[in-house]
Every structure is written in structure tokens, then in C-alpha cells.
Design a binder for this molecule. Sequence first.
Ligand SMILES: *Cc1c(COP(=O)(O)O)cnc(C)c1O
Length: 481
Amino acid sequence: MPEALIFEKSHSGRCGQTFPANSLDFNINQVLPKDHQRQSELPLPEISENELMRHYTRLSQESYGVDNGFYPLGSCTMKYNPKIHEDVVRLPGFSDLHPLQPEKSAQGALALLYDLERMLAEIAGMAQVTLQPVAGAQGEMTGMLITRAYHAKQGRQRKYVIIPDSAHGTNPASAHLAGYTIKTVHSNAEGIIDADDLRKVVDKDTAALMLTNPNTLGLFERGMGEVAQIMHEAGALVYFDGANLNALLGLTRPGDMGCDIMHFNLHKTFSTPHGGGGPGAGPVGVGESLTPFLPVPRIEKNKAHYFLNRDYPESIGRVHSFYGNFGILVRAYTYIRRLGAEGLCDISRNTIINANYLKKRLEAAYDIPMHRPCMHEFILSAKNLKPQGIGAWDIAKRLIDYGFYPPTVNFPLIIPEALMIEAPESESRETLDEFADALLQIRKEIDEDPEQLKNAPQSRKHGRINEVRAARQLNVRYSPS
Ligand SMILES: *Cc1c(COP(=O)(O)O)cnc(C)c1O
């Protein structure tokens, strides 16, 4: 039985809390005009605290997160979120701050933001960082607006942004929002940007190339030097999508690869809880020549005093209110400070080992289209399982019966029936083995009993739902009948 809505559990007259009667001499009509007052009772559920508690506890247990088990969702870096982050972010000095508080009474928070900007700039090889954007996608748009401002200053507006055919959907969306038209550069047989094709696509109207490294096939773009040179010779910028930084930390830096602008996904690489569209942070880093265009206010330091500087006439302006998602920034700061430089290097080393170990365990059973050493993730394809009537979707759904969250499916678009598996550093060898065993067992079922997969998941309260309908005809309103 699905959990009923809290409104359906409501019984008139029940309540969780009782308040003393209002003893103040207070007349609502004196503070709020009649036409601003509610005309009817607010239709809130009436329920005891006991029932309320059980309702939400049960709902929380129907959900799956990194604290339940392995979450191999490729391109999302669903790693463990250390619980000390939650303690730090709840320190009253952080949690009780008001965003409109005067600068001089928020010096500690400003110092933390200032230091976080410096640490991210160092990690990425960039000159300056803004912490304002609150998602990777918003970071991309900020980067594209900086690109526009840069070309405008050169006195030549340009029309196109080039994006590889393997890119994440937010890349073309962000460039489009910033007013650019998208051109595609193809991947070569190796799965990385085809430099010859890039030369054909670039022209004097090209504003920038947006690329992801390691790319969404989990492969390192090793032609970066050449790619950056092609772009710079055409007077265009290189934008680096840093969502996959988990495989690069401490090993190499986008700035050293010749990239001009980048975003970080703090909620992925720097371990803050994410998923379901929850809060994130997408700071943007730029090279020296682009710093005048960064969003304002910028956090600066004069001797020991931190302050907000709005005096940058070439700035693209604000992209978010106040300081961005402050709580996420505190968590990322804590993460970096606890690990230190050597700890950050270990993250990427262990991430790369984990992904390659999993890939090795699965290679005999599944088709691996780009079979090269991978970075933090790799892709299986179910295309060769058509004769058994099985696609990527069926394998993903069957994994739920084995107790795992499914990997990303049907992305990137250039691999048919893709299952994109990411194995962050925080997973143990035992967990990876259990996951590999499940996938190997499923591969057996595909030959012996494919119906098992077509009806999966069977072990959950809800079977296979129509996800397109759930997205297109979403109904979250309760209408009392
Ligand atoms: C997650 C992701 C993004 C978008 O980041 P959000 O924080 O979800 O907006 C962009 N590019 C790649 C490669 C990603 O994995």
C-alpha cells in the first residue's frame, strides 16, 4: 500500500500542538485591512504529533541516498558526505548569521569565503573565483556571460559556441541562454574531441568552446594543448565544465591545460548532499585577463579586514542574491581543509582505481564501447542485448531489486543504450564487488530468464512507473473531493 497523503490522514479536531489562548488585547483589523485577511479557514491537515512523525519517518525510508548504499549515478559524483560538515555548518556563528548583517559583524564568514575562493583558484589553476552561482548550470551561464563581456570589450560580438557531441545537456542550454548559437564538434573513434573536426568548425565568429574533462565518456581529453591552441588562435575562449573534477584533483589543473573559464560543482566534487534538485554551488574560476568581468560584489581583504567590493564597472553584475548558497560553501571549505593537498590527490587516485576495477570486473560480461583506461566513470552498452529484448533501462530497473541505485542511463547520447557507472573514492572494494556481482548475475538472467528484467523492479512498493508521464503530468496538489 502506498503511503496515504497527510491530508488523507487528517481528522477534524485532532492536533499535534496546543497553544494557549491569545491573551493579548489585539485586534487584527487594526493591523491588516479586511481585504488582506483570509476569507476561509486554511485547509491544513489535522493530525497528532505521533501520526505525523510516523508518516514522515516512513516516507524517509522509502527514499534511497548515499547513506543507504552505493549510488553509481554517472556524471553526478554521489560520494559519501562526511557528517562533520553538518556539525560545522550548524555552528551558531554560521547558522545564525543574517545575510543583511553589516560586514564588520560577519568577518569570520567573509574570511571563510575569501579563503575558499583562494583554495579553489589554487586547485584549478585559475586567477580568481566567484562563489555566487548556486548550480553547475548557473556557473556555465555566468561563464557564458563573462565570455560575452570579454568579446564585447574586444569590440567584436561573436555568434557561436562549439560543444562536443558527448556534452551534458546544460552546456548547450547555458550557451543558448546567453544568446549564442550552438555548433557541434564530433568525437573521434577514441571518444575524445576530434581536433581535425574542431579546425573545420572554428571560425572568426566563434566565441568559445565548452568542454568537459574527463569527458562524459569518462575519458581524459589528452589533446587539450592542441584544442586550446586552435581556439586561442581564432581569438576564442575555452570553457571548462568542471563537473568531473573528482578525477583530476591534485593531479592536473584546468588552468594549466589552457582553459580560460571553468565552473566547479561543489555539491559533486567537494561532497555536499545533493540530488532531487537540492541546494548546490557552482563557483566559477577565470584566468587573469577575465577577472574584471566577474560578478560583484567581490570579497576582498584589506590587512585583516574583509569587505565586499562592488566597484568593478566591467562586471557582468550579480548572478545570485547575497553570498550564494552559504551552507554549501561552508561544507566544501570543511572538506578541503580536512583533507589537505595530499588528501585531495588521494581522492582522484582512488576514484580512478575504483572505476577501472569495476570496469575490469564487468568487461567479459558486458559490451564496453570505449575500452580504454577510464577516469572516474565508464560506460557499458546494452545495444548488443536487443535479441533478448533487453535495453539499458531494464538492467537499471533490475539493479533496484538487488538493492542498488541504478546508474545513469541513455547518456551520453552518442552511446546507444548507455549505462554510465561512476565509482567514487568513498566506496570500498567490498561494495564494488557486491555491485559487480549483481550486474554479473543480471547478465545471466538476461540469457536465462529475461522476463525477470522486463518486470523489474519487483521487490519495491512501486513497480515500474511511467517516468515520462510522471514528469509531464506531475500533480502535487491535493484536491479534497
Ligand atoms: C552535473 C553536471 C552539470 C550540471 O551541474 P548542476 O549542478 O546539476 O547544474 C554540467 N555538466 C556535467 C558534465 C555534469 O555532470
